[in-house]
Design a protein around this ligand. Structure first.
Ligand code: ADP
Ligand code: MG
Length: 360
């Protein structure tokens, strides 16, 4: 298992090798001195969103950080697997990681085939989604971009079983969800999907803890496992201190990180996010996006995120661009740095006309 004391000593050793004081390291990470001191004495672990910046600063790999030691080249692969398994089991509090890689699991989490949605009102009809097809393999972080009214929310709602398409097929983990009856749809959402929507946020009458626990209860996770699971996850997402508060008592950024915790804690097939940073300031947005990135990269969660904002989109590794209900084009991050990818996104938006980066 992960040894917090060993990891703490390792952080301390690497920090000193850089010639920094605890305060200097804290300053670089924009956190308190106390947090660094707590890590170094093994009393706490860094917030998930800080793992990558910390590794970069200390010149170590993520695996080395979790192992609490430098890893020699030849032992690297073996050690890396071991350490990552520890992280995953520790974080989710599972006795055994329930691997999604079984013979019966299809390669794609999501398959959208020739999907259309026609809204008909008294005096007009809108083809909000027009014959859209795409696939999302396991472990992707996909962004959907497009101007206001391009059909992003409609498409996400169809995938979320909240709305039904006029035509086409949508398969999630191999199951066609299009003809699923309403009651079964609710059950399907609880068991297979995670949501980080602005409007499907936390339940106001429950505390943050109860909101997250509810997701686990619905999944029939045993009572004894709920508290430790939530505790370890909250530490990673830096929300432990607010677990007993009600959603209205905490900031927008904290609410969204809690929504993320609720989404990931049940180990869903896919996390659906609609403008998750829409109501957040830039610092909170950045925190949330790094959290989502870690959930994707560290835990292999599959994420589909709708956004009109190029900065948010640059955290994804593939972007689909919607225009008038049609996929106009798509781009992949590949080996690009986020900044380069961000520029490419802006180029596509300009090419599509308008270059809307701040229009809701
Ligand atoms: P986006 O999320 O990209 O801003 P939406 O999916 O919300 O776009 O909307 C796409 C189009 O469908 C818009 O023209 C919108 O007016 C229309 N639309 C969305 N929801 C409804 C609805 N419930 N009834 C009628 N038209 C709708
Ligand atoms: Mg929308």
């Amino acid at each position: 298992m992960m040894n917090q004391i060993k990891i703490g000593a390792f952080i301390s050793e690497r920090r000193k090798a850089k010639g920094w004081t605890q305060s200097q390291l804290a300053e670089k990470l924009e956190i308190t001195d106390k947090a660094v001191s707590k890590w170094e004495t093994g009393r706490s672990m860094p917030d998930l969103s800080l793992f990558m910046p910390l590794c970069t600063l200390l010149d170590v790999t993520l695996n080395e950080l979790f192992a609490g030691e430098c890893i020699a080249e030849e032992k690297l692969k073996e050690k890396a697997d071991e350490v990552l398994m520890d992280v995953i089991t520790n974080w989710l509090g599972h006795d055994k990681w329930e691997s999604k890689e079984s013979d019966t699991t299809p390669e794609n989490v999501l398959e959208v085939e020739n999907v259309s949605k026609l809204y008909e009102t008294e005096n007009n009809s809108v083809l909000a989604v027009n014959d859209v097809s795409f696939q999302i393999p396991h472990g992707s972080f996909v962004g959907i971009m497009g101007a206001s009214g391009s059909g992003k929310t409609t498409l996400l709602n169809l995938i979320a079983t909240i709305d039904k398409p006029t035509n086409g097929t949508i398969r999630i983990s191999g199951q066609n969800i299009v003809d699923i009856p309403d009651e079964a749809a609710a059950e399907f959402r609880r068991r297979h999907l995670g949501f980080v929507f602005q409007e499907y946020n936390l339940l106001e009458t429950l505390t943050i803890y109860e909101n997250i626990a509810l997701a686990l209860t619905i999944k029939e996770v045993s009572k004894e496992r709920i508290r430790p699971t939530i505790q370890s996850l909250s530490e990673k997402l830096d929300i432990s201190a607010i677990l007993d508060k009600f959603p209205y008592e905490v900031s927008g950024g904290q609410r969204q990180r809690c929504a993320c915790a609720r989404a990931i804690v049940v180990n869903p097939d896919i996390i659906l996010a609609d403008e998750p940073t829409g109501a957040l300031d830039s610092h909170s947005s950045q925190m949330l996006l790094s959290t989502m990135q870690s959930i994707n990269e560290q835990l292999g969660a599959t994420i589909l995120m709708v956004t009109h904002d190029a900065f948010s989109a640059s955290y994804a590794n593939r972007i689909l661009f919607l225009r008038d209900g049609v996929i106009f084009t798509e781009i992949l991050k590949g080996q690009d740095f986020r900044k380069v990818f961000f520029e490419k996104i802006l180029d596509v938006l300009t090419m599509m006309g308008g270059g809307q980066t701040d229009v809701c």
